[in-house]
Design a protein around this ligand. Structure first.
Ligand SMILES: *Cc1c(COP(=O)(O)O)cnc(C)c1O
Length: 394
């Protein structure tokens, strides 16, 4: 074996399947208008749903904290990286979620790996929605527990699997809002199934926090689910909160278990304290953000109404994630490129991020957008010629 010839072959295969990934160079803050590779676009693919990533109050909090605490946290939480600001944020997140405690992680991916692996192992079983986020699927596989996927949002399918299981510990895991589809998990009925089977429930609400619920408390606030029903509640800070990092909220016992046993918590450097400070500022805006959520809801309605009039294949989503189903990766790429030529930036999401033959344009809306900008997106979509591609083929 010499060099990386084999790898080159695999890369070429990926390219000819229209699945090759390329990174684009962002040269502006997140916002309705973004500068990408030197050109200004109207952007519809950020997860900054409330438009907080570039908010002056977050920036001010970040700067103040950097003046006081410097930049790097310098160590993991268990050595000496756990600053007062991290601690304050944990307390604020616990209060916000109505859980006794919350624990900060450096990323959502790590929070998921950490929580699942601290909770289950050999002799246990994990039950996951088949469309769960990659980090949850990876976490389940890595745990060594018996790993089962149930059909998307299908309570019956979960029930059958739970009934057949004789595992010691059972953990049911679902996205709250599905990241590539935008639909909500039927949490009340999933929790009921889990309860009858004596299983724990973990919800990853990366896309619900900030957007759903009266105070932005996400799916559990939306459905009114207690800690008893959803004992493991995960949220990320890099989406609607506009900063970076993640957290798990739950009981005293859960959080102490994670501090002792969650390796992605223990063996990594704490996020910069200034990020925690910015998140405290963001949390306040989220809680008082009813107007932002109402604006977002109005934009979602406007987009859906307009897209339906254009005959676009929308998904069953009431959230800021409004994917347009395309199917073939090549066609999705072609439409994305045409939008780009018209000054609109929407990335095509292709397998393996989504199941085979379900490539889509993942449109995301933000409270920062205007109605006019949503109309501009619709006009640009209407002008794309690549929509015709599928009809002439099938
Ligand atoms: C983004 C996302 C994550 C990962 O969070 P990061 O903080 O970006 O690592 C986990 N779960 C879901 C559902 C997500 O959408």
């Amino acid at each position: 074996m010499s060099g990386f010839n084999q790898l080159d072959t695999v890369l070429q295969q990926r390219q000819s399947a229209h699945l090759y990934r390329r990174r684009r160079l962002l040269e502006s803050p997140q916002g309705p208008e973004v500068v990408v590779d030197g050109r200004t676009y109207l952007g519809f693919c950020s997860n900054d749903y409330l438009g907080l990533a570039n908010h002056p109050e977050l920036i001010a909090a970040f700067k103040n904290a950097a003046d006081q605490y410097g930049v790097g946290s310098g160590a993991s939480h268990l050595v000496n990286g756990h600053s007062r600001l991290h601690h304050q944020l944990e307390e604020a997140l616990a209060e916000f979620t109505g859980r006794p405690r919350a624990l900060l992680f450096s990323t959502g991916y790590m929070a998921n790996l950490g929580a699942v692996n601290a909770l289950v192992g050999k002799n246990d079983a994990v039950f996951e929605d088949r469309l769960n986020h990659a980090s949850l699927l990876d976490a389940g596989l890595l745990s060594g527990a018996r790993f089962q996927r149930y059909l998307h949002n299908d309570t019956e399918s979960l029930r059958t699997r739970l009934q057949r299981s004789d595992a010691d510990r059972k953990l049911v895991i679902t996205d709250g809002v599905f990241s590539m589809d935008g639909d909500l998990a039927p949490l009340p009925s999933l929790c009921e199934e889990a309860y009858s089977a004596d299983a724990w429930v973990m919800v990853d609400d990366a896309h619900g926090f900030g957007c759903l619920g009266k105070t932005g408390g996400g799916c559990v606030e939306h459905f009114g689910l207690s800690q008893h029903q959803v004992p493991v509640l995960m949220g990320t800070l890099g989406k609607a909160f506009g900063t970076s990092g993640a957290f798990i909220a739950g009981s005293e016992t859960l959080i102490e278990t994670l501090i002792q046993f969650a390796r992605p918590y223990i063996y990594t450097t704490a996020i910069p304290p200034a990020v925690a400070a910015a998140t405290l500022a963001s949390l306040k805006l989220v809680r008082e953000g009813q107007a932002l959520r109402e604006k977002l809801a109005a934009l979602i309605l406007r987009f859906r109404t307009g897209a339906r009039q254009l005959g676009l294949d929308l998904m069953d989503s009431s959230t800021a994630i409004q994917p347009i189903m395309v199917g073939e990766s090549r066609q999705a790429m072609a439409i994305s490129e045409e939008l780009e030529q018209q000054g609109v930036f929407v990335t095509a999401i292709r397998p393996p991020t989504v199941p085979a033959d379900s490539a889509r344009l993942r449109v995301t809306l933000s409270a920062g957008h205007t109605e006019h900008q949503v109309d501009q997106l619709l006009q640009a979509l209407d002008k794309c010629k690549a929509w015709g591609y599928r009809e002439t083929r099938s």
